[in-house]
Structure formats: C-alpha cells, structure tokens
Design a protein around this ligand. Structure first.
Ligand code: C2E
Ligand code: MG
Ligand code: MG
Length: 580
C-alpha cells in the first residue's frame, strides 16, 4: 500500500483499508496518490500501472457491451476533466494474470491547494452481475426447448456486431434453420407430438454444435445458430449439412416421423449495420432454400437480394394487376386418348404484365400464395373460366359437353364461404356444375385432412368433379386417397416423361393407373409429348391425356380459330381429287 503523506493519516488509512470498495486517488498527471487494500485486490497486477495518461496500463475497461472505451470515455480522464460519475457499470479486464471483474465506478474531482486530483471508488459487482445475467438467461429462455429465445439471441448478435465493428477481417456465420412441413405434422399428429418433436430437434441441434456456438429458438419451428470467428464459409456449410443429416434421422414420437430442415446462411458481421439486417438476410437465404427443390441450404449473396427485390416488385405489381385486369386465361385441350378428340380444357392463368410481357404462373403463383393474393386471383380464374366456357357453349354447339378444369390452391380451401362462392359463380355465369372440374394438389389434403373432407363433399354434391393434380409428387402415401371424394387422378408428367425409356417408370405408371381403376377413379395423363407416350398410355388403357403432342395451352382467340376451322372442315363438301 502507498505511503500516507503524514502520520496522522494512519487512522484514515486504516479506515480506508476496511472499506469493501476500492478507493484510488490520482493526480492531474495521472500519478497514483493513494490506493486502499480493496484497490490492491481489485488490480492484481499492482496499482503502479494505474497512472499515466488516464488509461490504466495492463488493464482494459469495457462498456456493458464489452466494447473497449475510447480515451475520452475513461472514468479517470472524465473526472480529471471535472465530471462526477455515479455507479457506472464497467468491465475491468486485467491482462496479467488475466481476470475480469464487473465494477460500479463513482468518481469526484478533488481540488487540493494548487493541485487537481481525481477520487475514484470502484465497487466489485461481479456477483450481482452474474446473478442478473442468469436471471436474464432464464427470462429469455424458451421454456419448451430451454434454448435462448429470439430476444436474447438478437442481443447476442448485437454484441457480436459491436465487438467486431472495427475488425472487418473477423468472419462469423448466422444460420437460420426452419423445419419443413412442421405445421402439417403438428396439426395432423397433435400439438403435443409437435412439442416433443421440437424438443428432440433442439437436442439434435445442440449435439452438432461446439460450446462456442450460440443457438436459439427463434419462433415456432425456427432455430438460429451463430458461429463466431470461423476461418472460411465452408465451416458454416459443413455444419449446415451436419445439422440437416442429424434432423433428417427418423424420430419416434408416438409414431415414426421424418422431418427435414431448410437452412439459410448469412456471413458477417462486416457487411451488417444491425442484428436485424443480418437476420433478415439469413432468413432470405432460408426461404430461397425452401423454394428450391434441390437445395436444402443457401448462402446469402447480393444477387439473392436482387431476386427478393424482384419478388417484392412482383407482389406490388400483382396487387395492381388484379385491379387493372391484367390476368389472362389460356386453355390447354384435354383429349380422349383413343380418339384424339378434345373433351375439355384446363384453364391456366397468365399475367399480361405491362412491362415484362406475358408471365407464366411459375413466375407469380408462389408469390400470390405467400401473400394471400391467390384468393382474389383464384376467384377471378374460376369466374372467368366459367364465363368463357358458357360463352363458347353458345357460340360453338360442338363444345356443349366440353369440361373445364380449374386449379385451386390450398390457401383457397381455408376460406369459410368457399362452397357458397362457387355456387354463386355457377349461378351468375350459367355454367353447368357437371362440366366443371376442380384440380387440387395433394398438399391440400395433407394440410387440412380432417376439415376438408366435408368441404370436398359439398363441392361434389353440387355436381362438380374433383381431381388430384400432379399425382405422385406429394409426400403422402396412397392410403389417404379412398378417404376423399375424388373422381379423377391426374398423373404428374414426371411419370410420363421417361416411361418410354425407363422400365421402372413404366412399371410405376402402370401401377398408378391400376390403383386408380381399383379406386374407381378416372385417370388423366399430363405431359404427353411424344407419339410413344401416347401409344404407351393407350396400351395402359389410360383414358384421357393432355400435353404438347396434342396442343400447348392456347389463348382464347386461338381456341376460337381452332373451333371455327373444325366447323369449316365439317361443313365443307367432300372433295374428290380428279384423276390425273
Ligand atoms: P398444372 O396444373 O400441373 O398445369 C400443367 C402445366 O404443365 C402447365 O404449365 C402446362 O403448360 C404444362 N404442360 C402441359 N403439357 C405439357 C407437356 O406436354 N410438357 C411440358 N413440359 N409441360 C406441359 P403452366 O401453365 O406453366 O402452369 C404451371 C402450374 O401453375 C400449374 O400446373 C398449376 O399448378 C399452376 N397454375 C396455373 N394456373 C393456375 C391457377 O389459375 N390457379 C392456381 N392455383 N394455380 C395455377
Ligand atoms: Mg392443374
Ligand atoms: Mg399438374
């Protein structure tokens, strides 16, 4: 302990040494005048280093985000400048030996005769801070999986950004992990099973991570991982693949379930100004992974941002398109395979975009689904198809029995007044219900299997035919089919595609056709492109077909021209070619 300035001071010194708080007095030049026993304990490297320019050498002071203080922010500097401080919480890091303590710093300028000095007291609040941290941890923990919650994770992400704001070379990876079809599983097997599944997935995630990684549950079936200080992006990609493999292992919760995950990776932190921006990009990459059938993970890059902007632009334009009547329907003939006669059409939506030209559904249907615009779009398609068919029926008697197939998305099936609205459209257009076919993909059935049967039955009771579209591409087994009141299976074109070369595909095709028969369902083959496809399907006794071999989807004017030509052919007298 430093020498007291005079013997009388012994008493003061003894009193100071009994104080639990560290007390130091430093003069204007930074030289230490006084330090008590608690100060010596707090500065294990000795008090000598405390002087100098105001920054105690051998020690570092960090703010509550553990970010080093600039010179002007140092307590000593500020108090010598005349400021008073009251209980400022700082982290004191000693370099030799390395130790960290949280301290509450109070400071007063001292004016002696002809000198200026600073009195600082430092209270060790490490224990209280630790308790506070563990309370925060508890409060910000997801009670189901016991993982940190979104709030805590965002706070940590913020710390990671602050810590490295002047170190652009530091590489970190933020992974957003989202389970595919979790909602479907949870709805169909019950929420308790859903909860068990999440707990198990959280455990699997933890098992793949090093203790240095931060993991959190972001929301219902979303998780996030922060990898700090990695060498290259491949560390993050390797981890994403490991996580995917771990999650994909079958789980036993009441019954065997398989889950898969889509993972988005955003590398930082140098390019990000905030934790929110960083998470936004990782999320964007995750959605990209979800949307691409062959990619289970995706690393964010700026071209993805361009795609996202296009998506947002498309969404805004699509809202306007519905108001400005820019949607069109094209009609693809469906033929009886034996006779090659047209018996109906599938109505397929297009968008006549004012600047981008004619857009195919692949460019906007998924956006319509994601934004809810599919509801007004779907009603427009149904009303327009019925109106057009009725107009053609009056114009071309040969079309009197033609049917029209309309695609309906799963989102439309969540509407309360679905059946009434269909009825209303039929009544307003005068189109016969038994000439309308509604195409539904398997997804509709899996999502709402319990509530949907009643709706489908009501639709069927109106006389409308129900079709399963893209049959064979959904995840579910064939077992659900008999529970639903379908009339027809539309076999996905991937089964037809190589059936003329690939024996296995042909076998599958054959068994699907047989299955449909056994269930009393009609079969339409999609994507008939070659004469071989046609011949093969006929041999399998598949009744109806649709594909480029017969016709591409056509604009209404082209259908009208085709019908007019048929009428002309039928009415022209048979011509006899004169003998040469
Ligand atoms: P989908 O219902 O399976 O429609 C058949 C798709 O296959 C159409 O694509 C059609 O042009 C295409 N196609 C037909 N024959 C052949 C062929 O021989 N070879 C090949 N390679 N393709 C063929 P399109 O018009 O691009 O429609 C794509 C999908 O968009 C549709 O698949 C349907 O799921 C969706 N879609 C179209 N219109 C609507 C709509 O009004 N509402 C909803 N919800 N979805 C729609
Ligand atoms: Mg379809
Ligand atoms: Mg289809």
């Amino acid at each position: 302990m430093s020498q007291p300035p005079c013997p009388d001071a012994q008493m003061y010194l003894a009193a100071l040494n009994h104080l639990p708080d560290a007390v130091v007095v430093v003069d204007a030049a930074g030289a230490l005048l006084l330090g008590n026993a608690a100060a010596e304990a707090l500065f294990p490297g000795g008090l000598a280093g405390l002087g100098g320019s105001g920054n105690p050498s051998g020690y570092q002071l960090l703010d509550r985000y553990q970010h080093p203080l600039a010179m002007a922010e140092l307590p000593l500097h500020r108090v010598l400048g005349g400021q008073c401080l009251q209980d400022e919480e700082l982290l004191l890091v000693a370099n030799t030996p390395l130790s960290t303590r949280w301290v509450a710093v109070t400071g007063r300028p001292l004016a002696g005769p002809g000198t200026a000095a600073a009195l600082l007291t430092l209270r060790d609040i490490s224990a209280a801070k630790q308790q506070e941290a563990s309370l925060i941890e508890q409060a910000f923990r997801d009670p189901l999986t016991e993982l940190p919650s979104r709030d805590l994770f965002m706070d940590r992400l913020g710390h990671a950004l602050a810590r490295t704001h002047d170190q652009p070379q530091v590489l970190m990876a933020l992974l957003v992990i989202d389970l595919d079809r979790f909602q479907v599983i949870s709805d169909s097997l019950g929420h308790q099973v859903g909860d068990q599944l999440l707990v198990e997935i959280a455990a699997r995630l933890r098992s793949q991570l090093s203790p240095a990684a931060t993991i959190a549950r972001l929301g219902s079936d979303g998780f996030a991982v922060l990898l700090e200080d990695i060498a290259t992006s491949s560390t993050a990609i390797d981890l994403a693949e490991q996580i995917q493999a771990a999650i994909a292992q079958p789980l036993l919760v009441q019954q065997q379930v398989s889950v898969e995950a889509s993972i988005g990776i955003a590398l930082g932190p140098a390019v990000y100004a905030s934790a929110e921006d960083w998470l936004h990009d990782a999320n964007a990459a995750m959605h990209q992974a979800k949307d691409s059938p062959n990619r289970a993970w995706y690393v964010f890059d700026s071209s993805l941002q361009v795609q996202q902007d296009l998506r947002l632009r498309t969404e805004i334009d699509l809202r306007q398109a519905l108001l400005d009547n820019e949607l069109r329907l094209h009609y693809q003939p469906i033929v009886t395979l034996n006779t090659e006669e047209i018996c109906g059409f599938e109505a397929l939506v297009r968008w006549q975009h004012p600047t981008r030209g004619l857009l195919m559904p692949g460019e906007f249907i998924h956006i319509a689904e994601a934004t809810g615009l599919i509801i007004p779009l779907g009603w427009w398609v149904l009303a327009e198809a019925c109106r057009q068919m009725q107009a053609w029926t009056l114009e071309f008697p040969a079309m009197a029995n033609f049917t029209v197939s309309v695609n309906m998305s799963s989102k439309q099936f969540s509407q309360q007044n679905l059946v009434e609205k269909i009825q209303q459209i039929l009544a307003e257009t005068g189109f016969a219900a038994n000439r309308l076919k509604i195409e539904i993909t398997e997804g509709v059935l899996i999502d709402h299997s319990d509530s949907i049967i009643a709706t489908l039955e009501q639709i069927k009771a109106l006389g409308i035919k129900l079709l399963v579209d893209d049959f064979g591409t959904g995840y579910s087994s064939l077992s659900y089919l008999h529970r639903f009141p379908f009339d027809c299976l539309k076999i996905d074109r991937s089964f037809i595609e190589n059936a003329d070369q690939d024996f296995e595909k042909l076998e599958i095709l054959q068994s699907v056709v047989r299955l449909a028969w056994n269930l009393g369902l009609d079969v339409v083959a999609e994507g008939v492109e070659t004469h071989r496809h046609h011949a093969q399907l006929k041999a399998l006794r598949c009744e109806l077909g649709q594909g480029y071999l017969f016709s591409r989807p056509l604009a209404p004017t082209a259908i009208e021209a085709m019908m007019a030509e048929k009428i002309a052919q039928a009415s022209s007298p048979a011509t006899v070619t004169p003998a040469p």
